[in-house]
Design a protein. Structure first.
Length: 411
């Protein structure tokens, strides 16, 4: 029976480390690096309406950010990271991009939504539509259609009359989005675009594009940063090297001071680091220098959790309790302290996430997930491994837990 528990412990550890060794190369390879590590270009824009336009709204800011993303995608650049900040700002990050002058010229262009005749003549622009008025409806065949409203009903009627039997192609910049046919002159300034057998998602995309074109904003650069790829990789190399050296020193300290609990803590901390990397990849999160800082801080908090548990167990052993009773009482008494610290850290991280922006959000999000992963590995997994060892009756000496015989009080 006792031998089975030792075998179970060894089996769990071997399987865990085997999975870590097998998957780690792929996880590391798939890590999505931010521009401060991979190099690239970042620009912060301040949005304002063109002369005669309406004030910037959350909807117009969001639509403008979408247009920038679509423009970058159509240019064949790397996957962008575009976020809105505050009431009138848009931040664009492009890891791996070196020619920032060309990118800045591309992004600075206003949204150019046009409706063109078959000969390429521009008949309507996004500003001819009422702001944010495009919507989705369904015809008698339950097919999605896009409804639109124009500012000048007479102009729209004249345009449609001149194109009866032809089509009015919709362009975003130089890309043709759709080409609805014109069957008759349309008075009243309201019309529908029939999409045939297109899906609801395609109809939503067309609706968003038209709304995007009716909410033009002028973008002014407020801040730019360009990081060379070599500089970014040097920063990553130095940070990772420092983290590995620091972690090895901490693990050695845990084993020397706390013996068996320290050995178990080393196993769970390594598992914690691997599991957090897995969670980052599953979330498709971008790893930045602040994110690595949160990662290292999370390792420190994981060590703290193990130290608190080990010290509580030592206190119970010194009080004269049996080893199993000391483990149960020490784990129970430490749980509340650890969870109180973790909950307050999560609250602080949530506040940082909602108030901060950019790198602050990345730091806060990494902290939240590192704490959750730490609870799983450094509390429950560590307790499970320690219980297997104690119940095996092979590690019953107080010295295995950093307690001298002379320190134990008689009950």
């Amino acid at each position: 029976m006792f031998g089975k528990r030792i075998l179970a412990f060894l089996g769990v550890v071997v399987i865990t480390f085997g999975v870590i060794a097998w998957t780690s190369p792929t996880l590391v390879k798939d890590v999505k690096l931010g521009l401060d590590l991979a190099g690239g270009f970042e620009v912060l824009y301040e949005a304002e309406p063109y002369e005669g336009g309406t004030a910037v709204t959350p909807e117009s800011l969001k639509q403008t950010a979408k247009s920038l993303e679509r423009r970058i995608d159509s240019a064949g650049l790397v996957e962008p990271e575009i976020t809105t900040e505050g009431s009138n700002r848009i931040r664009v990050r492009l890891p791996g991009v070196e020619n920032d002058a060309e990118v800045r010229e591309l992004l600075a262009k206003p949204i150019n939504l046009t409706f063109r005749a078959p000969d390429g003549t521009i008949k309507l622009t996004g500003t001819d539509f009422k702001e944010n008025s495009a919507g989705i409806a369904f015809n008698d065949l339950n097919q999605p259609i896009v409804t639109i409203e124009l500012k000048d009903a007479k102009k729209f009627e004249d345009v449609t009359r001149s194109l009866i039997g032809q089509y009015l192609a919709i362009y975003l910049d130089t890309e043709e989005i759709s080409s609805p046919g014109v069957n008759e002159a349309i008075p009243g300034g309201s019309a529908v675009i029939t999409l045939g057998n297109s899906s609801v998602e395609e109809a939503k995309e067309l609706r968003d594009l038209i709304n995007m074109g009716s909410l033009p904003l002028k973008l002014t650069e407020k801040y730019t940063m360009s990081v060379g790829a070599k500089l970014g990789m040097d920063s990553l190399k130095d940070t990772v090297t420092a983290g590995i050296i620091g972690s090895l020193i901490v693990l050695a300290f845990m084993i020397v001071i706390f013996r068996v609990p320290g050995f178990v803590a080393s196993i769970t901390i390594i598992t914690y680091a691997w599991l957090l990397l897995l969670v980052q990849n599953l979330m498709n999160a971008t790893l930045t220098l602040p994110g690595i800082a949160a990662f290292v801080l999370g390792v420190g908090m994981a060590v703290d959790a193990n130290i608190i548990t080990a010290e509580r167990i030592k206190e119970e052993i010194r009080s004269g309790k049996s080893m199993l009773s000391s483990l149960k009482a020490g784990s129970k008494n430490s749980f509340r302290t650890i969870m109180d610290a973790n909950v307050t850290s999560i609250i602080a991280s949530v506040v940082l996430y909602y108030i901060g922006d950019g790198a602050i959000k990345g730091f806060a999000l990494t902290m939240i997930f590192s704490i959750l992963v730490s609870v799983v590995t450094n509390i429950f997994f560590a307790r499970f491994l320690l219980t297997l060892l104690v119940r095996s009756n092979k590690f019953m000496k107080p010295g295995y837990y950093g307690v001298k015989e002379a320190e134990i009080r008689e009950l």
